[in-house]
Write a protein that binds this ligand. Structure first.
Ligand SMILES: NC(=O)c1ccc[n+]([C@@H]2O[C@H](COP(=O)([O-])OP(=O)(O)OC[C@H]3O[C@@H](n4cnc5c(N)ncnc54)[C@H](OP(=O)(O)O)[C@@H]3O)[C@@H](O)[C@H]2O)c1
Length: 288
């Protein structure tokens, strides 16, 4: 069962469902199922009693969250409690997504899951508290921290750059935030491959109730990422590097988001594509 199915990650699951005929999918957009509504969750639990919930529903407006603290907290934290309350009784397992924004530490080396968390924005705080609810529940919960997600769906950095390139000859983009973009397609596929891996090796469920990093391989800055978006899509827009101080935002972002993916690769036999290859595939899909 997939919540938040109308979001960019949710839509990737929907697009690839036919590639997993062994799995039966139930998709719920925000309109179909509000995860804040425990009664709706109860009804869904009774009607379909899913083996897995893939929770793509989230409050993701990082800057707006500074002004909508309560709504962000209700969706990213309290709703996790409701999901646990309802699905603890039905032997359901959870895949939940969190964010690289919970880290602001371990500069200069890839962030591992045991690096201290230090959320510095409302969004990051509410995501970390949501993680904790699943981690401390009796439901087997796989928590995936991901970063810089983009896809042909919804709004994201890649689509914003392409849109701006229609009207701007040049753009300024921050070069002092370092990390790795994540193509939502690759994250969705990795999630379903993990579920298939669990079906094959049921003991691996013991590896749930833990946090895992997932992004594409490689490392870049937003500035370099923008440069490659334009280069690969044949746009002439020039990109100039600026610092985060020159582009103030309501919510503070971590300067260092490069995550080690070794734990998820080793535990679930995954191969992760490089961000460059992933970007090429996404741009091709957008063009098609
Ligand atoms: N996007 C990123 O760069 C990024 C980075 C790191 C981690 N993540 C995490 O990755 C996950 C997926 O993100 P995404 O990029 O797919 O986000 P997204 O495109 O914003 O999708 C989130 C979906 O959740 C829905 N939603 C919001 N409140 C809901 C509620 N109360 N009940 C049910 N659905 C609700 C939204 O519907 P409406 O639009 O109708 O509100 C939207 O369809 C999230 O957990 C996010 O925190 C994302």
């Amino acid at each position: 069962m997939i919540t938040g199915a109308g979001g960019q990650l949710g839509q990737e699951f929907k697009a690839m469902a036919a590639d997993y005929p062994q799995l039966q999918f139930y998709f719920f957009t925000h309109h179909d199922l509000d995860i804040l509504d425990e009664k709706m969750l109860e009804d869904v639990s009774q009607n379909i009693s899913p083996d897995f919930i893939i929770n793509c529903a989230a409050y993701t407006a990082v800057d707006k969250a500074e002004e909508e603290k309560s709504l962000s907290y209700r969706i990213n934290t309290l709703a996790c409690r409701s999901i646990v309350n309802v699905f603890e009784k039905t032997n359901t397992k959870i895949v939940h997504f969190s964010s690289d924004y919970v880290y602001h530490t371990c500069f200069g080396k890839p962030l591992t899951e045991d690096c201290p968390t230090e959320p510095k924005s409302v969004y990051a705080n509410t995501k970390l508290e949501g993680e904790d609810i699943f981690r401390n529940s009796t439901i087997p919960s796989l928590i995936i921290r991901t970063s810089w997600v983009y896809s042909p769906y919804g709004s994201n950095f890649v689509k914003t750059m392409l849109r701006l390139s229609e009207t701007k000859e040049s753009l300024q983009v921050v070069y002092d935030q370092i990390g790795t973009p994540t193509y939502a397609f690759d994250l969705a596929k990795a999630t379903l491959d993990i579920i298939m891996n669990i079906q094959k090796y049921p003991d691996k469920i013991l590896l749930f109730n833990d946090v895992y990093n997932y992004a594409n391989e490689g490392v870049t800055s937003w500035y370099d990422f923008a440069t490659f978006i334009f280069k690969m899509s044949g746009k002439k827009t020039e990109v100039f590097p600026i610092t985060s101080d020159q582009y103030p935002t309501l919510a503070q972002r971590p300067k260092w988001s490069l995550m080690s993916k070794q734990k998820i690769i080793n535990n679930f036999d995954l191969t992760i594509p490089h961000w460059y290859d992933a970007l090429e595939r996404c741009l091709k899909n957008l063009k098609d």
